[in-house]
Design a protein around this ligand. Structure first.
Ligand code: ADP
Length: 439
């Protein structure tokens, strides 16, 4: 029987997943990569095979109201496709590992409890990441799970870059700058030697521009600084998060507008950034297509903040050899790349318009002092690599049997808890009917 491993990246409005397969005597290969998007609004499943060919697309009924429904649906989809297969491990993206989790970790109930303590530091992501772990515990209790953290890659930051300059007593606990999007930056650093060997060993600023946006300063492939800090609110302007703001604004919201902590949390995580400035959308595509002054201001501010922070990280690195764009906006918007590169001209970035419009990978001209690149990120592959390494799945067939990693490996796609059965069946029936209709 073939072996399988899963990767789950569970967010607030999407559930991304990858299925890896290892046929007898062969090595792991990507079998399927997909996502359930629009959870809570208009959910849709899309799945592609390893060559990028679509299969299993379906618009789903509104029963997919939350992350839990999406996980239930995914379990059904997996069972219908790979029923009875042996699952050797599940890797998860977990946004915050705090000070205690400095690398990928096998999740036990105790580890899970510690990760729940970090929810207030990442309320937009952490609860969804952990719900996915709980769902796997319920369905596949014997299958080992690995949490891969967005914070781990930045554990190489110098002490000075981790400081939060508040009174020492307050900062004895977890108050420090962590940095996020680490799995994305780690992936980019890992592929630079093949994709752009001339810059891999140098000083590189990577711009991960998506729903969440940040920059990372890399030196010789190691993280030196990141525009995020204690939480994923700091730094660049994002879809619904403001990025860096004067802390006095928060005092004003509490003291003058009498807002509660919960109100302020909602404003900061869900109502600010591109959405807040424009009052129209958090989606860069929508804003670029709009002519209203507020839409233009939102895009202008996004570019302004990115360019300003590139200057700051160039100073931290003491100079820079390359700029790399990645993630939804970074990979797909020539317009935003053009504008950020133009604002960074003073650093020596000379854009090649044609290369930029055709996605590079190198998008700077031959005489550009600082080269610019587009390199697609792959956080799920990074999670798969970590999971395989930690569970000993990558080498010879057969597994490491050290105590900490010996979880029996008896997993299968499993039976669902009976109380969920009828609800799941309804969701499945609706989605399968929809898919059949389309095929
Ligand atoms: P996340 O993984 O953080 O949810 P992504 O990296 O997938 O986010 O980025 C999603 C964002 O990318 C969308 O909100 C959208 O604004 C932006 N995006 C995707 N395609 C384009 C495009 N062609 N032009 C501009 N922005 C785009």
């Amino acid at each position: 029987m073939d072996d399988y491993a899963l990767v789950l990246n569970a967010g607030s409005s999407s559930l991304k997943f990858c299925v890896y397969r290892r046929p007898l005597v062969e090595s792991w290969r990507l079998e399927a990569r997909g996502q359930i998007e629009g959870i809570g609004t208009s959910p849709r499943l899309s799945v592609k095979d390893a060559d990028g060919r679509a299969f299993g697309n379906a618009r789903m009924q509104e029963e997919i109201r939350n992350g839990r429904d999406a996980l239930d649906f995914l379990a059904i989809w997996l069972r219908s496709r790979y029923g009875g297969a042996r699952v050797l491990g599940v890797g998860h993206r977990v946004v915050h590992g705090g000070a205690q989790f400095t690398g990928p970790t096998v999740v036990t109930r105790e580890v899970l409890a510690e990760l729940y303590d970090l929810v207030p530091l990442a309320p937009l992501h952490q609860p969804h990441n952990l719900a996915a772990i709980e769902a796997v515990f319920e369905r596949l209790p014997d299958v080992p799970q690995v949490a891969c953290f967005d914070t781990s890659f930045h554990r190489t930051l110098a002490e000075v870059a981790q400081v939060i300059p508040l009174p020492r007593d307050l900062c004895r606990t977890e108050l420090q700058r962590y940095g996020f999007h680490g799995l994305s930056y780690e992936y980019i650093a890992s592929v630079l030697p093949q994709e752009a060997p001339e810059i891999a060993g140098g000083r590189v600023i990577v711009a991960h521009l998506g729903s969440g946006s940040s920059l990372c300063a890399l030196n010789e492939g190691k993280s030196v600084d990141n525009s995020f800090g204690f939480t994923a609110l700091d730094g660049l302007c994002m879809g619904t998060r403001p990025g860096a703001i004067d802390p006095g604004v928060l005092l004003y919201l509490f003291q003058n507008l009498n807002l509660s902590p919960k109100d302020v949390e909602t404003i900061l995580y869900k109502e600010s950034g591109l959405l807040g400035i424009s009052g129209i959308s958090n989606d860069m595509r929508v804003l670029l297509a709009h002519d209203e002054p507020q839409a233009r201001l939102a895009v202008d501010y996004f570019v302004y903040r990115a360019a300003k922070e590139i200057g700051a990280l160039a100073a931290v690195l003491g100079g820079v050899e390359a700029l790399v764009f990645t993630a939804g906006i970074g990979e797909n918007s020539p317009e935003i790349r053009r504008r950020i590169c133009e604002a960074s001209r003073w650093l020596g970035v000379e854009l090649d318009t044609e290369a930029n419009n055709s996605k590079g990978p190198r998008i700077s001209g031959p005489h550009s002092k600082v080269s610019a690149w587009v390199i697609p990120t792959n956080e799920e592959l990074m999670i798969a690599r970590h999971t395989g390494a930690l569970l000993g799945l990558n080498g010879e067939r057969g597994y490491r049997t050290s105590k900490e990693n010996d979880h029996g490996y008896k997993g299968s796609t499993g039976d669902r808890p009976s109380e969920d059965a009828s609800r799941i069946d309804r969701i499945q029936a609706a989605a399968v009917a929809e898919a059949d209709q389309r095929s």
